[in-house]
Design a protein. Sequence first.
Length: 382
Amino acid sequence: MDPLDETRLRSLTPGVLAVLVRRGADFAAAEDAVQDALMEAVRSWPTEPPRDPRGWLITVAWRRFVDATRADTARRRREDRVEEEPLPGPAPTTDDTLQLYFLCAHPSLTPSSAVALTLRAVGGLTTRQIARAYLVPEATMAQRISRAKRTVSEVRLDRPGDVGTVLRTLYLVFNEGYSGDVDLAAEAIRLTRQLASTIDHPEVAGLLALMLLHHARRPARTTTDGSLVPLADQDRTRWDTSMIAEGIGILQTALSRDRLGEFQAQAAIAALHADAFTAEETDWVQIVEWYDELAALTDSPVVRLNRAVAVGEADGPQAGLAALAELDDSLPRHTAVAAYFHERAGDRTTAARLYAKAAQQAPTLPERNHLTRQAARLNSAP
């Protein structure tokens, strides 16, 4: 099966799984049956493509579920409530995909489990692919997914889910970026597009816009050796302008509905960065205003830290340091931001010391190397 067909196959996964769950299959058994059907599709579709791919998957998955139920003596009671196997034909038109998103992002799951289950059940990724993406052994990821499936197997799809929880789960997937053989940022965009086609919600559109605007800058974020390139130093000709235009268009439509949420506000900030031809042309005053909106929506310490950065860019380094002084200095990136503003203010000695301290606190190797280079640059200057 070529990559295009495989992508299409994965896009059908959530709808097929949701049909089985709606028919009465518990989540864990339904998910196993769908995975079996997908494997059969990969084997047979290249030579015998079905007229109705979704209907084919539903039929095969349901057969596998029925067979597994009948073969398991410990589950014989369930056999009494298994419906008769439906005859092959057009797939039902009801779309339960949204409910499946809610189920995979259920509040009873930890964030890491919700992400793993979403990638497996909604994204159609294999356990091996997810394990490689998270750089953990396949057995470890299999256990995590199995626990998550058992947890949600007792959850009934009979009440509205929390869109915010689903969006936060998808944003966690997006922020994992790229590792192993799976581009999780691209996968998150695909899943969010799918969600946006299922539900008309301004925050879903806001998250999709935010992802597109961030992803558009990806080619310029690192050098060929993997070193980080700060936003102000990025080659903006490498930004994907068509993706930026799409993101801004989606955002404008969402904002026009006057139901502002945190992802729309974040996307508005990203749009202002993307709209500037050079770093010097960035509208920092308007960015501060959007951070004020975002802080009112979330009251997040990280948002307040980012607002302090915007204040420093808009009103000068001393204003930035004053805003920073009001925040907890244990916040991630607090020390690095302080180093940057001390350098802007002309205090190179303090800046070098803080850059070195920030490097020791950095969570990733590329970030640590970048901050170490900043400290070395100041220490070696005459």
